[in-house]
Design a protein around this ligand. Structure first.
Ligand code: AMP
Length: 220
């Protein structure tokens, strides 16, 4: 099963993708994580995109499309994948349609996580990840069970993203509404879009996503 999680920054796409990865044996493909890894590695791509990410703008479509086109062909995607943060523009969605057709793959489901803009800044500014294994947490919504220790791997170092500050979040939200929201009618018109209320707790949202996936699997 191949699916897209769509939603503004802080909607919970990464959290839900990590959970789906474990529960349904799908591969999470986060373009944001890939770009941050490129920045951290000091590669040419990393230096090209760092300023764009820090300003909360979108990286050019051709860079992103090339990255994903290569990624979905790797063996770890054979059991299905979750696109988290891609596509973010209509040209990216069109390129995705093409690459799926070329690889004889199908998009089963697009799930929109609906969250009010007002809730997003608080969500984004409280989040952090384990430096060792990448598990995601939030100061109030999903703290580690033991203070300062990662639940998943026992790691003790955590990272907060540079672009998770109020000013950059405002720019990222603007980019979402202007460039990404047009994907909702794009996928609705193809009959693949389902919307889930992303305002609830993590488990509640997860249960709603599972219900949507069950419907997708049975073709309902
Ligand atoms: P994310 O981790 O998904 O919030 O992405 C962090 C940042 O990476 C975004 O604010 C963009 O600058 C960039 N980015 C991630 N995915 C994309 C994409 N599909 N298209 C363009 N820029 C992206």
């Amino acid at each position: 099963m191949n699916l897209i999680l769509l939603g503004p920054p802080g909607a919970g796409k990464g959290t839900q993708a990590q959970r789906l990865e474990e529960k349904h044996n799908l591969k999470q493909l986060s373009t944001g994580d890939m770009l941050r890894a490129a920045v951290a590695s000091g590669s040419e791509l990393g230096s090209q995109v760092k300023g764009i990410i820090d300003r909360g703008e979108l990286v050019p479509d051709d860079i992103i499309v090339e990255m994903i086109a290569e990624r979905i062909q790797r063996p770890d995607c054979a059991g299905g994948f979750i696109l988290d943060g891609f596509p973010r523009t209509v040209p990216q969605a069109e390129a995705l349609d093409e690459m799926l057709a070329q690889n004889d793959l199908k998009l089963d489901c697009v799930i929109e996580l609906k969250v009010d803009d007002g809730a997003l800044v608080a969500r984004v500014s409280g989040r952090f990840t384990c430096a060792a294994c990448g598990a995601g947490y939030h100061d109030t919504n999903k703290p580690t069970k033991r203070a300062g220790v990662c639940d998943s791997c026992g790691g003790k170092e955590f990272i907060r993203r540079d672009d998770d500050n109020a000013e950059t979040v405002a720019a990222r939200l603007e980019a979402y509404h202007r460039q990404t929201a047009p994907l909702l009618p794009y996928y609705d018109g193809r009959g693949t879009l389902s919307s889930v209320d992303g305002m609830g707790g993590i488990e509640q949202v997860a249960a709603e996503i599972d219900a949507v996936l069950n419907k997708c699997k049975t073709g309902g």
